[in-house]
Ligand binder design. Structure first.
Ligand code: ATP
Ligand code: MG
Ligand code: MG
Length: 406
C-alpha cells in the first residue's frame, strides 16, 4: 500500500538529505509511546530528526516521528538493526534489551544515557542496592525468595509493607501491599510468585510525594528543575503540582538528593527522581527513571525549556536550556482511561471539552489506538498567576466547587 511504501521510503529519503536542524545527529528512541511522541514534538521545533522503535504499528509517536521501525525494543537483533539508522540511541522506557545496548556500546554505538544506567534502573532491587551504596536515603528494603524470608522482612520492617517486582514495573503494576503477615502469600501470588523476582520495602509514611527532573548534558553539566508534588491515585500518577508547596529547606534537600542520585549514574539526558517526604522532614528516594517522565509534563507550558527539549539537547550535545519556570504555577492532570472503548472516549471528551474553555489550560492527547481503564490517554496542563488560581481552574474543569466557595 501507499502507506507501506512511505514507511519504507522515508528513512532512506530523509537520511540522504543534508540536515539543517539544530543538530545533525539523528536521535533513535527505543519506545514510541507518549514520551516518544512528545520528544518528536520538541524535536520538530528544532528540526532534529527522531526515529522510533516500537512494536505497535500505530503507537503514539508513529505519525509524527521521522521514521518508525515496527519492532520490539526488547529484541537484540531488532535493536541492533535500528541502531544502524541513528547517531545517538536513547530510551523512553527502561524495559529494553540492555544486553544488546551493552554490546552496541562496545561496538561504538553512542547510547545516552549509558547502558550501565539502564541496567541499574530496570531492576528496582538493583537500583535500591546501587543508591544505598551511594549513601542516598531510601526506605529499608530486602530481597525475598520464599515465605520465610518474607516473614523475616515483616518482622524487621513491620506492617503494612510494600512488596515489589524487581522488573517490568510501571504505573503500580508490580506493587502489592501486605497489611499483615497473613496477607504476604496472597500479595506474593498477585505479583506472580517468588520466582518472578520480588523484594520488600518498608512502608514509607509519607506526607507528600515529590519529584525532581534532573538534566545532564554531554559535558556533564547538571541542571535541576523545580521540585514538584506528585499525587497518585491507586499507584498511578494523577496530578502534578509545580512548584511543590513545601518549605525552601525541603525543596533544597529534595533537589540535593535528586542531584546526588543522578550524579551516581552515567550518561546524558533527563532523569526523574521520585521521592517521599516524611512527617519529620526526611526525604527518601523512591525510584529514578532514566528518561522524560510524567512528573515533568508540565514543563512544556511552564518552563523555559521543556523536559523533552532538554532531553534532546542533552543527548545530541547541545547546551542545556533554562529549567526554571516562566509561569508562577502549574498543575498537570492525567487523563486516565475511565472505561473501555467508546464509553471511555466519551468521558474523556467531556473533560477535554471543558478544558478547552479554561484559561491557561493546554490539552495533550496521545492518540493511543485503544482506550483502556487506567491507561494514560492524555493530560491537561493548567498554568496561571498563582497556585490558588490554578487550583480553582482545575476544580472548575472537574466540575467541583472550589474549597474557597464552600
Ligand atoms: P511508576 O509508574 O512511577 O514507574 P511504579 O510502578 O514503578 O510507578 P512505584 O513508584 O514503586 O511504582 O510506586 C508507585 C506508588 O506506590 C508510589 O508513587 C507511592 O505512592 C506508592 N509507594 C511505593 N513504594 C512505597 C513505599 N515503600 N511505602 C509507601 N508507599 C509506596
Ligand atoms: Mg517505576
Ligand atoms: Mg514510580
Amino acid at each position: 500500500s501507499a502507506d507501506e511504501h512511505l514507511r519504507e521510503a522515508s528513512p532512506v529519503r530523509r537520511d540522504d538529505l543534508p540536515v539543517h536542524g539544530l543538530s545533525e545527529t539523528v536521535v533513535g528512541v527505543l519506545g514510541g509511546g507518549q514520551l516518544g511522541r512528545m520528544l518528536c514534538q520538541a524535536a520538530s521545533q528544532m528540526a532534529i530528526k527522531v526515529i522510533v522503535l516500537d512494536p505497535l504499528e500505530n503507537c503514539p509517536a508513529s505519525s509524527i516521528s521521522n521514521y518508525h521501525m515496527v519492532g520490539s525494543f526488547d529484541d537484540g537483533a531488532t535493536v541492533q538493526e535500528f541502531a544502524k539508522r541513528c547517531g545517538v540511541l536513547t530510551v523512553e522506557i527502561e524495559h529494553v534489551d540492555v544486553g544488546t545496548l551493552e554490546k552496541l556500546e562496545q561496538q561504538g554505538v553512542d547510547c545516552q544515557p549509558k547502558a550501565s544506567t539502564i541496567r541499574i534502573i530496570q531492576d528496582k532491587y538493583r537500583q535500591k542496592v546501587h543508591f544505598s551504596q551511594h549513601a542516598i536515603p531510601l526506605p529499608e528494603f530486602m530481597q525475598i525468595d520464599d515465605l520465610e524470608s518474607a516473614k523475616r522482612a515483616g518482622d524487621l520492617f513491620g506492617y503494612p509493607l510494600m512488596i515489589k517486582s524487581k522488573r517490568l514495573a510501571y504505573d503500580g503494576r508490580g506493587n502489592a501491599v501486605a497489611k499483615s503477615e497473613v496477607e504476604l502469600s496472597s500479595a506474593v501470588t498477585a505479583l506472580g510468585g517468588y520466582e518472578h523476582g520480588l523484594y520488600i520495602e518498608k512502608w514509607a509514611p509519607f506526607v507528600k510525594e515529590l519529584a525532581v527532573i534532573v538534566a545532564r548534558g554531554r559535558d556533564n553539566s547538571i541542571l535541576c528543575y523545580p521540585v514538584v508534588e506528585t499525587i497518585h491515585k491507586e499507584n498511578i500518577c494523577h496530578i502534578v503540582k509545580a512548584p511543590a508547596d513545601v518549605p525552601w529547606k525541603i525543596r533544597r534537600l529534595a533537589t540535593d538528593v535528586a542531584y546526588k542520585a543522578v550524579s551516581s549514574l552515567e550518561g546524558a539526558g533527563v532523569f526523574a527522581v521520585e521521592m517521599f517526604l516524611t512527617i519529620d522532614g526526611q526525604i527518601l528516594l523512591n525510584e529514578v527513571a532514566p528518561r522524560p517522565h510524567n512528573s515533568g509534563h508540565h514543563t512544556i507550558e511552564s518552563c523555559y525549556t521543556s523536559q523533552f527539549e532538554q532531553h534532546l539537547r542533552a543527548v545530541v550535545g547541545l547546551p542545556l536550556g533554562d529549567p526554571s519556570m516562566k509561569t508562577p504555577a502549574a498543575i498537570m492532570y492525567n487523563l486516565l482511561g475511565e472505561d473501555e472503548g467508546e464509553a471511555g472516549f466519551s468521558l474523556a471528551n467531556k473533560l477535554i471539552g471543558k478544558a478547552l474553555s479554561i484559561p491557561g489550560a493546554s490539552v495533550h492527547w496521545y492518540d493511543k489506538p485503544e482506550m483502556r481503564k487506567q491507561r494514560k490517554m492524555g493530560h491537561i496542563t493548567i498554568v496561571g498567576p498563582s497556585m490558588g488560581i490554578v487550583e480553582a481552574r482545575l476544580h472548575s474543569m472537574l466540575g467541583e466547587e472550589s474549597v474557597d466557595d464552600q
